[in-house]
Design a protein around this ligand. Structure first.
Ligand code: GDP
Length: 364
């Protein structure tokens, strides 16, 4: 599955957010209780109102949302790249995630110590980014040294790796994260395999005070600007509010939200923003037994999409019957959509679209 790491300086609200995320009533109502893998790893349901509508139309007995994994990565402080705080262990945790949710303290509270002694989310973001950049530079230097022997032997993979590592190093030495390097489609796979910390997509999460959750504040506005200039994602959230909501049932939560002037839980926005950031999309399988959402990367072809369900579906793939979400709704289900000529038969080269309702035919 896809994993998002939550990072940030101490006392910015990471744990509060993580606990809210993984305890939320919505996740449990969806019959997908928070499942503890490790104390700091939690799987959450990706909220998607389309799935509920599909299930309603098809009369599905069970609704199974798709999931995303969050990892609470504590221990990042100034000097982490030098092994301070939890240091290296924490860096190893970041290597394993697909994207980073970077929590920034955008609230004032005299009772909650700020490690740097002042509230300044832009400076905080730089502290963390600098640590990650230093760690990347050191790991690149080590890896370049490690490649020497293979390069002498003319190893093609090593040559490609060296070229990419040097591209990244040049950016880092110029004070820019590895994600600022433009990578061709051909190089993408090898580049991702380098697992550089600063090559991961970033979502800035502005943790604001309760009464600013709906509006944001000056700090979160500045973070929004910074995010835009970096091509990063950005959400405004109040971890305290999310913590409270996570203890309510769905109706109570809705009432609480409207009292706060919010139309949906910040966590839902956060999860979806993470999903977008990862370049993910959803397709559905719908029947009387269950309605289920599946996660694939944008651009995935039908056989690989089928492979998400079961390897045999991919191996024996024959064709896919496809109804776009809007057509399924307009036809009030499969029968209506079929009568309206909206059921398409697609082959191996079909690129699955977000919201497709799919039925696979395959050789067993
Ligand atoms: P972490 O070290 O980043 O994991 O931070 P925690 O989640 O443990 O939060 C540190 C402290 O800040 C706790 O006492 C939280 O209750 C408090 N806190 C978190 N979010 C908010 C917030 O939005 N407003 C206020 N006033 N306090 C918060």
């Amino acid at each position: 599955g896809f994993r998002m790491g939550i990072v940030g300086l101490p006392n910015v609200g990471k744990s509060t957010l993580f606990n809210a995320l993984t305890r939320t009533a919505a996740a449990q109502a969806a019959n997908f209780p928070f499942c503890t893998i490790e104390p700091n790893v939690g799987e959450v349901a990706v909220p998607d109102p389309r799935l509920d509508r599909l299930a309603g139309i098809a009369g599905s007995k069970q609704i199974i949302p798709t999931r995303i994994t969050f990892v609470d990565i504590a221990g990042l402080v100034k000097g982490a790249s030098k092994g301070e705080g939890l240091g290296n262990q924490f860096l190893a945790n970041i290597r394993e995630v697909d994207a980073i949710a970077h929590v920034l303290r955008c609230f004032e509270d005299g009772d909650v110590t700020h490690v740097e002694g002042r509230v300044d989310p832009i400076a905080d973001a730089e502290v963390i980014e600098t640590e990650l950049m230093i760690a990347d530079m050191e790991s690149i230097e080590r890896r370049l040294t490690g490649l020497t022997r293979k390069l002498k032997g003319g190893d093609k993979e090593a040559v490609a790796q060296e070229r990419l590592l040097k591209l990244a190093l040049a950016a880092l030495e110029d004070g820019k994260p590895a994600r600022s390097v433009e990578i061709t489609d051909e190089d993408r796979k090898a580049w991702n395999m380098l697992q550089l910390l600063t090559s991961k997509p970033v979502l800035y999460v502005c943790n604001v005070a309760e009464d600013e959750a709906a509006t944001g504040n000056d700090w979160s506005a500045r973070v929004a600007e910074m995010a835009a200039s970096q091509g990063a994602g950005h959400v405004v959230i109040s971890a305290r509010i999310e913590e409270e909501i996570s203890q309510l049932d769905a109706d109570e939560a809705q009432m609480f939200l409207s009292e706060m002037g919010l139309d949906e839980a910040g966590l839902d926005r956060l999860i979806r923003a993470g999903y977008d950031l990862l370049g993910l999309q959803t397709y559905f399988t719908v029947g009387p037994k269950e309605a289920r959402a599946w996660t694939i990367r944008k651009g995935t072809l039908a056989p690989q999409a089928a492979g998400e369900i079961h390897g045999d579906f991919e191996k024996g793939f024959i064709r896919a019957e496809t109804i776009a979400y809007d057509d399924y709704i307009a036809g009030n289900g499969e029968v209506g959509a079929r009568e309206a000529g909206k059921l398409r038969v697609e082959g191996k080269t079909y690129e699955v679209k977000d919201g497709d309702v799919l039925h696979f035919l395959f050789n067993a």
